[in-house]
Design a protein around this ligand. Structure first.
Ligand SMILES: C[S@@+](CC[C@H](N)C(=O)[O-])C[C@H]1O[C@@H](n2cnc3c(N)ncnc32)[C@H](O)[C@@H]1O
Length: 214
């Protein structure tokens, strides 16, 4: 089940500023050709990611799970002039599509695509992150969170996608390894004394996490 009704989703799209031509093309092409097109952030969530980024003006952004490049291009909009977005994709075919899609945008010079397992690549990136978008394999969320937390800037935020996992975390008995992993991640963050968070019921659920004010 999708938590947000398709009627509400369509209404939200209608009253959200439109996608630019490159994002619209990536969305249309991915939907037409990729069997897992539902993984793409999409219009409303993409615009929200862009908003967060343009408001916070990050220098360094980390994205875990590039897919076809849609969310990377949304997040990169807010980068400082000399800012960098690093995005990691495990599957070479998706990374190839991502690279081609990013090349369609003038933001491509700021985007660095890494192909491989995020668990191996994250420790090799020597940056202090202003925004981290966790959107890869659900069973890895807690590891990614713990890996990036020591490298999160004082005012940085972590955004985790799919925290409602198609409504499956709402079931009385949660089944399936991904839904169980997401539920464990949500509980893990809630118990973390270092942070505060808000769960936004946008699309499949976004958890926005920041360090507590010192
Ligand atoms: C939900 S999709 C990302 C969607 C994209 N962020 C967007 O909003 O358009 C998840 C992606 O993470 C990738 N992925 C899964 N496990 C990974 C890992 N261990 N390291 C890096 N990428 C991984 C998958 O291949 C897939 O392309």
């Amino acid at each position: 089940m999708e938590v947000l009704s398709s009627i509400a989703e369509k209404y939200a799209q209608k009253y959200t500023s439109p996608e630019d031509a490159v994002l619209a093309k990536i969305n249309t092409d991915t939907t037409a050709t990729h069997p897992q097109a539902h993984m793409l952030s999409g219009h409303v969530q993409g615009k929200l990611l862009e908003f967060i980024s343009t408001i916070s003006r990050p220098k360094y952004i980390l994205e875990i799970g590039s897919f076809t490049g849609y969310s990377a291009l949304c997040l990169a909009r807010g980068l400082q002039a000399d800012g960098e977005l690093h995005t990691i994709e495990l599957r070479p075919e998706d990374a190839d599509t991502c690279g081609k899609n990013i090349a369609l945008s003038p933001l491509d010079k700021k985007i660095h695509l890494h192909v491989g397992n995020a668990l191996d690549i994250i420790p090799a990136l020597p940056y202090e992150w202003d925004i981290v978008f966790i959107d890869a394999d659900k069973t890895g969320y807690i590891s990614y969170y713990e890996m990036v937390m020591p490298r999160l800037s004082k005012t940085g935020i972590i955004i985790a996608d799919n925290v409602l996992f198609h409504g499956q975390v709402l079931e009385e008995t949660i089944k399936g390894k991904n839904a169980l992993a997401i539920d464990a991640f949500n509980k893990h963050v809630a118990a973390d004394e270092r942070t505060e968070q808000v769960m936004a019921t946008v699309r499949d659920g976004l958890l926005l996490i920041k360090k507590k004010d010192q």
